[in-house]
Design a protein around this ligand. Sequence first.
Ligand SMILES: *Cc1c(COP(=O)(O)O)cnc(C)c1O
Length: 428
Amino acid sequence: MDAQQLLALDNAHVWHPYSAIGVAQSIFPVASANGVYLKLVDGRELIDGMSSWWSAIHGYNHPEMNRALQAQIEKMSHVMFGGLTHEPAVMLASRLIELTPVPLQTVFFADSGSVAVEVAMKMAIQYWHAKGSPAKQRFLTLRNGYHGDTFGAMSVCDPVSGMHSLFSDVLTEQYFVDAPACQFGGMSGDEGIARLKQRLERHVDNIAAIILEPIVQATGGMSFYSADYLRRVRTLCDEHEVLLICDEIATGFGRTGKMFACEHADISPDIMCVGKALTGGYLSLAATLTTENISATIREGEPGLFMHGPTFMANPLACSAALASLKLLTDSNWPLNIARIEAGLEKGLSPCRALSVVANVRVLGGIGVVELNHRVDMEVVQPLFVEQGVWVRPFGKLVYLMPPYVISDHELAELTAAVGRVVESVSA
Ligand SMILES: *Cc1c(COP(=O)(O)O)cnc(C)c1O
């Protein structure tokens, strides 16, 4: 099939994320990917600034990842997880328990991040049901949050960007407070915490858990908030007998400079969701971790079982990819490497601060953000990035980078310089 035919069929029949069918949009067919490069069918090679939405942390076509998957394919690609188990799942669960904060001791494998969030919410509800507080079924969360696209997850996404009004008849109404205004590196203001506390106290009888993205609100605005705020949320949860769910799906596995973002605040959640980078971007897999206390309470309540079990639960290929990815990560000096990327992003993006169209430039770990003072026109900007030889996909006012960890200093300099040129061109 030539590129023209492929694009015509794609346009007529294939949904893309947040897209419409039959609308002309710039879309680029990829032939292959290797290291930090995406190779388009027309032969152009682009430096990947997105890690395929936070996931491809070791880049593409990694020989060790490939070897692990090939070896697993020869054994079995999939078996059901009801009544059966296998080494990749058990080893991955053990590894996740070692890597995450100590109280997290059990692992539920889910097929995507959104499902891991659904599972976390169901765990919290079943926990309180078992404890004799069946009214605790609602969630308190922060505005500008993003937790996925399924109904439960959508109910705790930002009400505006999550289009709550469109789905209002079918979405559970949750409790929202303003996103923290305090910056990463600073202290939490008392005001934001006071509002959260007030909301918590008022509705505590109905609240099962606070759910939030620790430190980085990703899809909802790429903002970095104070570790002190997160610490104080943890304290409030303990004082008011409400669980804390940390959605580490975007932040997990080193991206913010800690293995998990909650470590910036030295706290541990009661339930943690991981996904995205878990398999190094090879396959869809996510997990929900929880404590002994929660799993035991669910066991002792009605119906004595946790009520969830997807068909492709703990897929052996995905678990093998995750094990290989975690080995690559933890065998490397990843904190030093993320610090190197952080320095490269800071150096490369800081000239953008001088541009009139730029409202803010911020960097944390392997995340670099150039916030403009108006929305970018994707149809204009996306082809400009491709012409510059980079793959960057902005949204709203945000041009952001989260490159694969294997990016070299030179490639990082090229990537950030391309961002500077495109941002400058839209300023003019
Ligand atoms: C991407 C994301 C999700 C949803 O994960 P999917 O795999 O796309 O379903 C949930 N929470 C956060 C914080 C995310 O970044």
